[in-house]
Design a protein around this ligand. Structure first.
Ligand SMILES: NC(=O)c1ccc[n+]([C@@H]2O[C@H](COP(=O)([O-])OP(=O)(O)OC[C@H]3O[C@@H](n4cnc5c(N)ncnc54)[C@H](O)[C@@H]3O)[C@@H](O)[C@H]2O)c1
Length: 308
């Protein structure tokens, strides 16, 4: 089965591609390499260096006739979306619409979309369910929610099957320091270089950190399951930034103290995702606890430093 992976040279997308190969699927990658890395994609995978919002994307669909589209390509920087809302919407909303139109035209059997907990906005310290009202606080969050609405309307109007995955904060090997789960990558890179990382505000803000290989598995499971549903992909547990800093300094035997910085405007206080729907309907659960995932991530950054 052919699976077109947009953003397949990125952090999460490249893990999706690896797992697709392991699971016997044939991945094809479209990526403009804006933040991705060609080296993350195995050399034998067909690769199109292309922007998802370019009209040429239709030629890729015509030539490859994918059975499934896993759409991860996006501008992922929340701060950039606030500074450049037009550019953000061009890539994240118009790019998604173009892929949906091609998927409809070429009879794609499933459209799987990477959405985000950013659609929920600020909530109390609770486990967020998919049914909670959406209230995005950035243009990035709006672009993700708009894409969800387009996907659902393509389904209503043209019966294009879909699964929407709303990720918590994803971390793991190959992550860059930009994007939503970037704090773990930033902390590791700084601490391993002997530099003290910043902590914004009192550090008691909490996040739900989910390991990238678990997120890749949610995507691959969605090929067969979760028809026309929205699923939170998180661990349903919370870790404060102060706790995270302590775990990372202890894993790296570092004596560094963080540099306190003023709270960042627009930063959400609490984020934790209820994953019951994904457990019940995708047969998914997180296999990696934070300690195991962080160990694997640390080994990756150590190897990177050695190869530098
Ligand atoms: N990392 C997280 O914590 C997180 C959380 C929630 C949702 N997401 C979503 O998951 C997806 C993957 O994110 P990631 O963390 O792997 O980021 P990433 O930046 O590593 O991956 C995005 C990939 O898409 C490519 N890309 C960007 N714009 C493109 C365009 N217009 N045309 C073609 N390719 C383009 C980039 O080059 C990159 O390879 C994104 O949709 C992101 O919004 C990520």
């Amino acid at each position: 089965m052919k699976v077109l992976v947009t953003g397949g040279a990125g952090f999460i997308g490249s893990h999706v591609v690896d797992l697709l190969i392991q699971s016997g699927y044939e991945p094809i990658v479209v990526d403009n390499l804006q933040s991705g890395n060609r080296k993350f994609v195995p050399p034998n995978v067909r690769f199109f260096k292309m922007d998802i919002s370019s009209p040429q994307i239709e030629e890729v669909f015509a030539r490859e006739k994918p059975d499934v589209v896993i759409h991860l390509a996006a501008q992922v920087d929340v701060a950039y979306s606030v500074k450049k809302p037009v550019e953000d919407a061009n890539q994240n909303i118009l790019g998604t619409i173009r892929l949906l139109a091609c998927s409809q035209k070429f009879n794609v059997k499933k459209f799987i979309f990477s959405s985000s907990c950013a659609v929920y906005g600020e909530k109390d310290d609770c486990s967020i369910k998919e049914t909670f009202p959406v209230q995005p606080q950035s243009f990035y969050g709006i672009s993700k929610h708009s894409s969800e609405l387009y996907i659902q309307t393509f389904h209503q109007l043209f019966q294009l099957p879909y699964t929407i995955l709303r990720y918590a904060n994803v971390y793991g090997p190959r992550q860059s320091s930009i994007g939503e789960g970037g704090v773990i990558s930033i902390f590791f890179k700084k601490v391993l270089n002997g530099d003290a990382p910043y902590i914004f505000g009192d550090g008691e803000q909490t996040r739900d950190f989910v390991f990238v290989k678990d997120v890749a598995r949610a995507n691959v499971l969605s090929i067969e399951k979760g028809a026309n549903g929205i699923f939170n992909i998180g661990t349903n547990s919370k870790t404060s930034i102060n706790q995270l800093f302590q775990i990372i300094t202890s894993l790296t035997n570092s004596k560094l103290s963080p540099i306190p910085m003023p709270e960042r405007e627009g930063d959400i206080r609490y984020s934790r995702l209820d994953n019951t729907e994904a457990v019940n309907l995708l047969s998914w659960k997180p296999d990696f606890d934070l300690q195991t995932g962080l160990n694997e991530t640390l080994n990756y950054y150590k190897r990177m430093l050695k190869d530098k």
